[in-house]
Design a protein around this ligand. Structure first.
Ligand code: GLU
Length: 300
């Protein structure tokens, strides 16, 4: 008879996708705890993915710390860099070939183009500054110029240039968020052509995430509300690449006592700080998170 273990009862596959660019703070803990609970509630599988795609900002020390901190909190995963699994690699730094394949596909379908604009120019010419935590809406300056060139002389590597995904003006991205209900974002108003490959030859976050979510057969992405616009960008990439669609659950953000989003550079409020300097137990940290998310979102 078939062995019907808990795993087989549910096709839910969730993921924890921290970037090792600093110590995890209470905001991360809140989101990851939610991801853990949602996977547990349906007997699903939780995957740990080390998002160390950016070699300049990622550090081994933080890679080790994030696994330690989440385990300390009581979060457990069934696949990951430390436990293995069938859908590895579980570190983005080992996945360049997968990202290159996606880049080639997008290029051959005429969905991406190289962009010569400097960061300064993009900011100056931005159609609109949406919010300071998100990228400016690109004017589209290089779009027509290069799309034609790409058709006639497609390059065989993305190296040396920044690449943008072309978003149709006015296109609406609509979906039902599992936490927030119906959402609608509009190209030109909320997002513009966005970078999928960086000038320093590093695949951009947006591309790496969709390639990995597909590769790992993720069914639901649980992430912070600060990434809502990225979700819309990723849905467009998913469509363009012909990948399966994914469900989304956006968690409320936790802010500091001044209402500011928590940043990894601030040592205070890191899980390590509560654990090592204040001697808090995991339960006490979880209570603190619950208090903040249940009320104003602020840590007091
Ligand atoms: N690695 C990203 C971060 O730490 C989050 C990835 C995601 O949820 O897609 O901000």
């Amino acid at each position: 008879m078939e062995d019907v273990g808990v795993r087989k009862l549910s096709h839910y596959r969730g993921r924890l996708a921290p970037s090792p660019t600093g110590y995890l703070h209470l905001g991360h803990a809140a989101t990851f705890w939610t991801a853990f609970q949602r996977a547990q509630a349906v007997g699903g599988t939780l995957i740990m993915r080390n998002e160390d795609v950016d070699p300049l900002r990622s550090q081994e020390e933080f890679s080790e710390a994030m696994l330690e901190d989440l385990r300390w909190l009581g979060i457990d995963w069934q696949e990951g860099p430390d436990v293995g699994g069938e859908m590895g690699p579980y570190r983005q730094s080992e996945c360049r070939e997968f990202y290159l394949d996606a880049w080639r596909r997008l290029l051959s379908e005429g969905r991406i183009y190289p962009c010569d604009c400097s960061r300064k120019r993009v900011a100056e010419e931005a159609r609109k500054v949406v919010d300071s935590n998100d990228e400016p809406i690109y004017s589209g300056r290089c779009r027509e110029r290069f799309l034609e060139e790409m058709k006639n002389h497609p390059p065989d590597s993305p190296a040396g240039r920044q690449w943008r995904f072309r978003v149709e003006d006015g296109q609406e991205v609509a979906f039902t968020d599992q936490a927030l209900g119906p959402q609608s974002l509009v190209a030109g108003r909320d997002l513009g052509d966005f970078v999928i490959w960086r000038r320093d030859d590093v695949p951009a976050y947006q591309l790496a995430v969709v390639v990995d979510d597909e590769r790992m057969q993720i069914t639901e992405v649980v992430r912070g509300l600060d990434l809502l616009k990225s979700t819309a960008r990723q849905m467009l990439l998913i469509q363009a690449l012909g990948y399966r669609s994914v469900d989304y659950f956006h968690c409320p953000l936790i802010t500091d006592e001044h209402g500011q989003r928590l940043a990894k550079r601030e040592k205070s409020l890191s899980l390590k700080y509560y654990q090592e300097e204040l001697g808090w137990s995991p339960d006490k940290v979880l209570q603190q998170i619950q208090k903040a998310t249940g009320t104003s979102g602020r840590i007091t």
